[in-house]
Design a protein around this ligand. Structure first.
Ligand code: ZN
Length: 216
């Protein structure tokens, strides 16, 4: 059975009532619940645990790591970033979610700023499946809608993806490369855009489907 570690910084859920109202047990708990429902062997890890919950033993027992961070990227220890990077190069899968675009591990693996445009206005987002043969698109239709999300817009400062599976459209007019696949060493990386902390995005079936397909 595929072993997944769901990592999150778990800060805003404890400091901001608006976030706690959406994710009372933490964003990681919602992501982990979706993956457990999909049949994976799931554990969670968070920033304030010793070694951020990512000891050598945990990483050695992880086939796929998912990463959500936002306000505390700078607090992630560089030695742990080194360790995660090495595991990716050795073949661990990495799924970087939403504001994880600015995490140390994603920027290091991309080699770019990963900057983008953003706007917190609870806008409608339509995610278009543009590579319908890709395994991450399995079971999705031509598109799906998230009623309220933060906008992320191009230009997104990342290398051209090896495969681009999803593109988002926002009601404000922007578009964004929302589902990007990369390989680094023997590891495969997937960046998936949605998941702002004040919206219940990670309980949506289509969003959970994308993440579980990516773990597969
Ligand atoms: Zn956000």
């Amino acid at each position: 059975m595929t072993r997944v570690t769901v990592w999150s910084e778990h800060r805003q859920e404890r400091s901001d009532p608006a976030v706690a109202a959406v994710y009372p047990d933490g964003i990681h708990a919602a992501i982990a619940a979706g993956l457990a429902d999909a049949g994976f062997d799931v554990r969670t890890a968070t920033l304030d645990e010793p070694e951020h919950g990512l000891s050598d033993g945990v990483l050695a027992a992880t086939d796929v790591l998912t990463w959500w961070g936002h306000v505390a990227h700078a607090e992630v220890d560089d030695a742990i970033v080194d360790r995660v990077q090495q595991r990716v190069l050795d073949g661990m899968g990495l799924i970087v979610l939403h504001s994880g675009h600015h995490s140390k591990i994603f920027r290091r693996l991309m080699g770019t700023s990963a900057d983008l445009h953003w706007r917190e206005a609870g806008e409608r987002e339509r995610i278009w499946v543009i590579d319908r043969s890709h395994p991450i698109a399995d079971g999705l239709g031509e598109s799906f809608v998230i009623d309220e999300e933060e906008m992320y817009g191009e230009p997104f400062d990342v290398p051209a993806p090896d495969q681009l599976v999803l593109i988002s459209w926002f009601e404000g007019g922007e578009v964004f490369r929302s589902g990007c696949c990369y390989s680094r060493g023997r590891g495969r990386i997937f960046y998936f855009r949605p998941g702002h902390e004040t919206h219940p995005t990670y309980v949506q079936p289509a969003v959970r489907r994308v993440i579980s397909n990516a773990v597969h």
